[in-house]
Design a protein around this ligand. Structure first.
Ligand code: CP3
Length: 353
């Protein structure tokens, strides 16, 4: 196994001692950075940026050159899989993602096939290989995918969801067909993540952005169980690679999520890290959980809130500092810097023995 100069993030995932709390930000390469906006203008649109491994590498490294962060995350999107399935993905300014051919019938579900990671999705693997090469032994790289449930919401609704009426009706009226859709996505996400690991990703994260809109019973069947099957598959196809599960608004499900065999759980700001640690901290690492809107406040308040998140988790290993969800495009880069600086100053005290 290669040795990294900065392995704090991987050590924290294994709940091993570190000198200070590792930090990264969800969506750390993104529109809040002027250098990102310049790279994106070179590419044209967002998917052209994702399809260009050199530019993906450039934007992945931008936040690392600006801030003392502890891990890189692949620049890509969760919607690469449904795009590769032929659903016709477009990003419309101000509207977010749209699919020209959403999945609405049993027939359409039956026709779906898992994309080949080194075929239709080769551009993603090329981006992982390019970024891995550029990082060298500097720090780890996170690969990622959407959860089957979250991907299904976009594929069935055809767009970002509001009340999720279309997909929930399908879930109620055609539960078996719907299980078939999720199985195809389990297969797709498992092979996609294993291929990212083979291409050089050191850790893997599953974004379940919309698991929190389900009843507890539906969450278990349609969101958690497919993620568990992926973690189990990866234990065979990518043995030893740490997997982070993040269900937004999933605070009530942490115990069941920890039972999947994953290494860590992402926690949003609606759950306290102290509570999360009491419940599952003996079994998994925890990643989070500053409310991203905090970065709109004055730097003194950002520092206080960073201190509060650190104190909330408390002493000892197993914490990866992050926002509770993606950094917003309107965020001042200086305010993100203030959070990271505060973390660097305040967190060593939590790791003294
Ligand atoms: O964290 C990182 O820096 C890695 C990059 C990353 C992106 N998307 C880049 C991106 C990651 C991890 C994602 C995941 C993603 N994509 C999720 C789940 C994560 C979460 O926050 O819960 C979801 C739901 C998507 C789907 C998606 N892609 C949406 C809703 C949007 C925003 C559309 C809009 O117009 O606001 C995207 C586009 C996207 N993905 C951008 C970035 C930087 C913005 C694209 C741009 O306009 O330049």
């Amino acid at each position: 196994m290669k040795t990294l100069r900065n392995d704090r993030f991987l050590r924290a995932l294994r709940r091993e001692p570190v000198d200070r709390t590792p930090v990264w930000m969800m969506r750390q390469a993104g529109r809040y950075l002027p250098e990102y906006r310049a790279s994106r203008a070179k590419a044209g649109d967002f998917m052209s940026l994702c399809r260009n491994p050199e530019l993906c590498c450039e934007v992945t490294l931008q936040p690392l050159d600006r801030y003392p962060l502890d891990t890189a995350i692949l620049f890509s999107d969760i919607l690469t899989i449904p795009d590769a399935m032929g659903l016709g993905l477009r990003f419309v300014e101000g509207e977010g993602p749209l699919f020209d051919r959403p999945i609405r019938t049993l027939d359409a579900i039956r026709r779906l096939a898992a994309p080949d990671p080194e075929g239709e999705l080769r551009y993603v693997m090329d981006a992982v290989r390019t970024i891995r090469g550029a990082l060298g032994d500097r720090m780890p790289l996170i690969g990622f995918a959407g959860s089957p449930w979250t991907l299904a919401t976009y594929m069935v609704e055809g767009r970002g969801g509001h009340d999720f009426a279309v997909i929930k009706k399908m879930m109620f009226d055609e539960a078996e067909a719907f299980d078939g859709l999720l199985s195809t996505l389990v297969e797709s996400v498992s092979t996609y993540l294993a291929a990212q690991h083979a291409a050089g990703a050191d850790a893997l994260m599953i974004f379940d952005t919309w698991g929190g809109v389900l009843t507890p019973e539906s969450y278990q069947r349609f969101s958690l169980n497919p993620m568990k099957r992926i973690v189990e598959r990866l234990a065979k196809t990518a043995p030893g690679v740490p997997v982070i599960l993040f269900t937004k608004n999933g605070g009530q499900h942490l115990e069941k999520m920890a039972d999947t065999g994953c290494a860590a759980l992402g926690v949003d700001w609606t759950t306290s890290l102290a509570d999360a640690r009491r419940r599952v901290g003996g079994r998994v690492a925890l990643q989070g959980n500053l409310d991203p809107i905090t970065l709109f406040a004055k730097p003194e308040r950002i520092r206080e809130e960073t201190a509060r998140v650190l104190a909330d988790y408390g002493h000892g290993p197993g914490h990866i500092f992050n926002l509770g969800h993606g950094i917003l495009p309107q965020t001042s880069p200086d305010h993100a810097g203030a959070m990271i600086e505060a973390l660097h100053q305040l967190s060593p005290a939590y790791h003294q023995r």
